[in-house]
Design a binder for this molecule. Structure first.
Ligand code: ADP
Ligand code: MG
Length: 696
């Protein structure tokens, strides 16, 4: 390998401003596209390509095929179509072999671009109309005479643009930059990895992703570049994790102690599912090590994560440590507290509840209990991480419904004890690819099985025209002793948003169901009111609960079997799934009605998915496809999924390979001493994001 002098390496970090033909104004436009340096430009990839390898002569055009033409404009006309009153531009074109027409609908101003004599490349579908060959709404590019040799006969990159930059200019800039600077790009992947997967060398991959020879070549370049991104991230995560493991230590907690055993034998009226047992096994192995556990437990709504949390906490208590469980809302804290104290009533383990609605005296008392070690298990909201809470010996922290908490909050709690083991539980399945990238520093356990005897919730999408029938159905079910959730998107009526508010629906349901008790729950109620309403619903004193999506997480009412989601289009797929998860928990048949129109194709797709599956993982994958990774909680802030090439929906296999290679490498060479180029590259791309400090 030839040693590159620093001066040459610096060339790639040079600002694009200094490139020929750029200057400050265009540099600031490029900056809008995320391009600051020469290297950014080399890595600024096309969003699509145009295949200009085959230029078809007009005389050989086949109707109903797609074709690329290179033609000269010989006439332009503007017309209005008779039938639909559309604005039509018709250009008559020729390439010397024959004449054809290019037709565009509603493209104002086009006639000014296509003056007679213009050389233009057209791409589109060919039609025949009364013997005249036509190309409909073609993509077009005006060709300057001197550009011919470069632009034609190739697969041509089409780059994302911003206002003020033209495709031609940007393409030319990138092409020139490639020929001047690509040679300074250095291979950073270990050679054996390149060989093992038959990757093209880096320079070739970059060039071939801008200007592919053919589809196969493009694929192989793409794969290499996507691998680079995934591999660097996995490498960073693995190194980070190793550092954490070296710098921190946690207490060794053992499973199988007396409290845990008694709990399993005497307190539960069911057997753990095999998925639950597997997960428990994972946890027991983890918490018995001195390395702090950092595990993400994913389990669909109702899969029984709470029991697992309790078992893990009991292992801590059995070993002489305290355990804490943090949940996102007051209502949930109360619910968990009630359930867990009930479960543990036969055991001698003090459970303490910590919420923000305590009086100062109560709070002081509980703080004292926690500090002295009298309370063994603490359940609370974010007040758990407030100043003043001091544990005597915190061994384990469980965080339920983690997506409600920021990463920062997690940190704070972890810093309270020496280093407790952490179990993060989530009911919003995060697609596996995301879990492994964004949450790459977490180990992952999945409960992929529901407790036996659950019948899937029946989901139906109905228009508001069917409201009367829905009322009848609801009435029948209420008389049979069921309870109903009725979710609306808004709290108050709004003039600008066309959706039903809880207030309005509450009033109308009170009238229609005057023989029943209707309650109202939304985020603006004070905590005591919310709590009281929720308790009344739990006791069965309320038959219908009209609510905003505040009820989405974790609430568990066995007799509530019907969920109506009004203006359901206003909720995302994962959220709909979460809401639906509130019903069908008590063993009876659950029903979910998605009420209202689907104003967009995307909303329609969401409803379809909801009606066809209740598998949270399938839903999460669909959600990822529909909305992209940024839509997942907490992911956007990270910014580390902003890959230029890799794609979290389709590169799952590649991600697995990248992850494995990264782990092996870090295992053998934790500070990457043998791979200085790789180390440099890692630090330059991810050092800041992951706050990595690696020194060779
Ligand atoms: P989630 O995973 O949504 O937090 P929960 O822990 O609230 O689920 O469990 C849902 C319900 O299933 C609870 O009422 C719980 O007691 C019950 N449950 C948990 N595990 C089992 C099991 N193995 N068999 C039967 N019921 C179970
Ligand atoms: Mg739960």
């Amino acid at each position: 390998m030839s040693k590159v002098s620093p001066a040459e390496e610096e060339l790639l970090c040079k600002s694009v401003r200094f490139l020929k033909g750029v200057g400050p104004k265009r540099a600031s436009l490029l900056s809008k596209l995320g391009v600051e340096t020469v290297e950014d430009l080399l890595y600024f990839f096309p969003r699509r390509y145009e295949d200009r390898r085959q230029i078809t002569p007009i005389k050989s055009l086949e109707p109903d095929s797609y074709a690329a033409l290179l033609v000269r404009v010989v006439g332009v006309e503007k017309k209005i179509t008779k039938k639909r009153n559309l604005n039509l531009t018709v250009a008559t074109v020729t390439d010397g072999t024959d004449i054809a027409q290019a037709l565009w609908f509603n493209k104002r101003g086009l006639e000014n671009l296509l003056s007679i004599g213009t050389l233009v490349a057209l791409f589109g579908k060919i039609k025949e109309n009364y013997g005249m060959l036509q190309i409909l709404n073609p993509e077009f590019e005006i060709i300057e005479e001197d550009a011919l040799p470069e632009e034609m006969g190739k697969i041509v990159p089409i780059y994302p643009l911003t206002e003020g930059l033209s495709q031609r200019w940007l393409r030319l800039l990138i092409r020139r930059t490639l020929s001047e600077y690509l040679s300074y790009v250095e291979e950073f992947l270990p050679e054996d990895i390149v060989l093992r997967y038959g990757f093209p060398p880096l320079k070739k991959a970059i060039l071939g992703y801008h200007y592919p020879d053919d589809e196969r070549g493009w694929k192989s370049c793409r794969k290499r570049l996507a691998f680079d991104e995934l591999f660097l991230l996995q490498l960073g995560v693995a190194i980070k994790r190793r550092q954490m493991e070296e710098e921190t230590s946690a207490p060794k907690l053992s499973c199988g102690g007396p409290l845990q055993m008694k709990f399993v034998e005497n307190c539960l009226n069911f057997k753990l599912t095999s998925a639950q047992e597997m997960v428990l096994g994972d946890i027991c192995v983890d918490i018995f090590r001195k390395i702090p556990m950092n595990r993400l437990l994913q389990g669909d709504v109702g899969s029984g994560k709470t029991v697992i949390a309790v078992l893990a906490m009991l292992a801590a208590v059995d070993t002489g440590y305290q355990a804490a469980m943090m949940v996102p809302t007051e209502v949930l804290a109360n619910q968990h507290y009630a359930k867990i104290t009930n479960w543990l009533s036969k055991l001698n383990a003090e459970v303490t509840l910590l919420t923000s609605s305590l009086t100062p005296q109560e709070r002081a008392k509980r703080y004292e209990d926690i500090k002295s070690g009298r309370s063994r298990i603490v359940i609370g909201t974010h007040s758990l991480i407030q100043e003043g809470v001091e544990f005597r010996e915190l061994g384990l922290v469980v965080i339920d419904e983690q997506h409600r908490f920021g990463v920062l909050q997690r940190r704070t709690l972890m810093d309270k004890g020496s280093y407790p083991h952490t179990l993060v539980m989530t009911a919003t399945p995060i697609p596996r690819t995301l879990a492994l990238t964004v949450y790459g520093d977490l180990s992952l356990s999945i409960i992929d099985e529901l407790p036996p005897g659950r019948t899937p919730v029946r989901t139906q999408w109905i228009g508001k025209g069917k409201l009367k029938e829905l009322y009848e159905f609801v009435k029948k079910k209420l008389l049979a002793g069921n309870q109903v959730y009725w979710v609306c998107p808004l709290i108050d009526e709004s003039e600008s948003i066309d959706a039903t508010s809880v207030q309005k629906r509450y009033r109308s349901l009170c009238e229609i169901f005057s023989d029943f008790k209707v309650g109202l729950l939304h985020g603006r109620l004070g905590a005591p009111d919310k709590d009281e309403t929720y308790r009344a619903f739990l006791r069965g004193d309320l038959d219908i609960l009209v609510a905003t999506s505040v009820i989405e997480v974790g609430i568990d009412v066995a007799r509530a079997n019907i969920m109506v989601i009004e203006d359901a289009y206003r909720f995302g797929l994962s959220q709909l799934h979460q809401l639906r998860g509130r019903v069908g928990r008590g063993g009876g048949q659950g029903y979910c009605f998605l009420l209202g129109e689907a104003p967009t194709p995307e909303a329609r797709k969401r409803f379809k998915v909801m009606c066809s599956t209740s598998d949270g993982f399938v839903i999460a994958e669909e959600d990822l496809k529909l909305r992209g990774p940024g839509a997942f909680c907490g992911v956007r802030q990270h910014g580390i999924t902003d890959f230029r090439v890799a794609d979290l929906v389709n590169d799952v296999d590649l991600l697995d390979i990248a992850r494995e290679e990264a782990q092996v490498l870090v295992e053998n060479d934790p500070s990457l001493d043998k791979y200085p180029k790789l180390r440099a590259r890692l630090i330059s791309t991810l050092g800041e994001t992951l706050s990595l400090a690696i020194t060779g």
